[in-house]
Write a protein that binds this ligand. Structure first.
Ligand code: 1HN
Length: 356
């Protein structure tokens, strides 16, 4: 812009200012001042790449365990707050995440809400969640789902702490204005079906013959780690890894072929020892949980070293690469199914040779 043009623009700006002040009083605003912030050439998010180190989180969680009971708290959870979205209970743009502790002998009482939730178990064996009257035991690496508006409670009858990450579609439901919640008057929800019932009905590559699903959420409440891990081990023996993802599987609702939770996609991937993935980015901001192995990721211009139970956020449309020192397994969750349903999801894979 020439000096003359700049002076002209400043004069025009000064002339428009009083007009903008009038507009504001009438709850109006000039689009031309914000058009290119509203509609950007590529995704812009305030979320930043960030890693929560489990060794940092765990002592604070145990301290919370000293200060408040699961019953008092209703849910004793430390929220994972993305530093770019502080105070908003968001780990990525659209996902809430937190680390929950249930101590021996405790119960987290029954409630239900329209927000869908998943738990991915980090520590402890044989704690349980009751979903719609069915008790589901929880083992490390298990994915346990509590679909929208299902009654759920947690308990721990073992002698060690149960710790897991909760991931919910809270920000999305808030945006849509569709949140409802109800606490049960009951201390515990009656167990109506034996453990393993939904797994027998829905998780054996078969479905009850006349069953018609009442919702798009999966009828399976537990996707055990042992089975997913075995599948990945077999894939890794049988063929070459994808350059961006290693060996990656998505969890699936057997009734629809879609994701177990309609609003949250869930994935498990194996990175063979020494693999450095090709740079990749996609529009679904993603939360990763390290299940096995150690390695390093580069996310945008930030580098993380990770080990089991660490959690890291990859914001939307941010180039990233992963490198595993030994065989590594990563669980991840994102809003990809929502974006796909709305024809919004995009991915880009870097041409060979591009550094992240
Ligand atoms: C919730 O119901 C649980 O049931 C955990 O364990 C975390 C965060 C926000 C809203 C509801 C649970 C939650 C939550």
């Amino acid at each position: 812009m020439s000096e003359e043009q700049a002076a002209g623009a400043a004069a025009a700006g000064a002339e428009r200012r009083p007009f903008y002040d009038v507009l504001e009083k009438h709850n109006l605003a000039p689009l031309w001042e914000s058009l290119h912030d509203l509609v950007t050439t590529a995704p812009v998010t305030a979320a930043v790449p960030f890693k929560w180190d489990y060794d940092v989180v765990r002592p604070h969680l145990l301290e919370a365990g000293r200060l408040i009971t699961a019953r008092q708290a209703e849910r004793r959870v430390l929220i994972l707050e993305n530093p770019g979205l502080r105070g908003q209970a968001r780990a990525t743009n659209s996902l809430y995440a937190g680390i929950q502790l249930v101590l021996p002998g405790e119960i987290a009482p029954p409630h239900r809400h329209t927000q869908s939730a998943l738990r991915f178990v980090l520590e402890g064996r044989d704690g349980y969640t009751v979903v719609e009257g069915e008790r589901t035991p929880m083992q490390p690496g298990d994915l346990v789902t509590t679909p929208s508006w299902t009654w759920h409670e947690h308990g721990n009858e073992t002698d060690g702490p149960m710790i897991w990450i909760d991931i919910l579609d809270v920000p999305l439901v808030a945006l849509l204005g569709s949140g409802f919640m109800e606490s049960s008057e009951l201390e515990r929800h009656p167990v109506a079906r034996p453990a393993g019932d939904s797994s027998a009905r829905y998780a054996q590559n078969m479905l009850p013959v006349d069953w018609r699903p009442a919702s798009r959420a999966s009828p399976i409440f537990n996707y055990p780690y042992s089975r997913s891990r075995e599948a990945l081990a077999t894939l890794a023996r049988n063929g070459a890894p994808d350059p961006c993802q290693g060996y990656k599987l998505r969890y699936v609702n057997p009734a629809t072929g879609g994701s177990p939770i309609p609003t949250i996609g869930t994935y498990l991937q194996l990175l063979p020892a020494g693999l450095r993935t090709a740079p990749c980015r996609s529009t679904d901001g993603t939360l990763y949980v390290v299940v096995e192995g150690e390695g390093e990721s580069r996310v945008g211009d930030v580098g993380f070293r990770w080990k089991p139970r660490d959690i890291f956020a990859v914001p939307s449309w941010t180039w990233h690469v992963h490198e595993a020192s030994g065989t590594a397994v990563l669980f991840s969750a994102s809003d990809r199914p929502v974006q796909e349903a709305l024809c919004l999801w995009r991915e880009e894979r870097a041409p060979a040779g591009r550094a992240a």
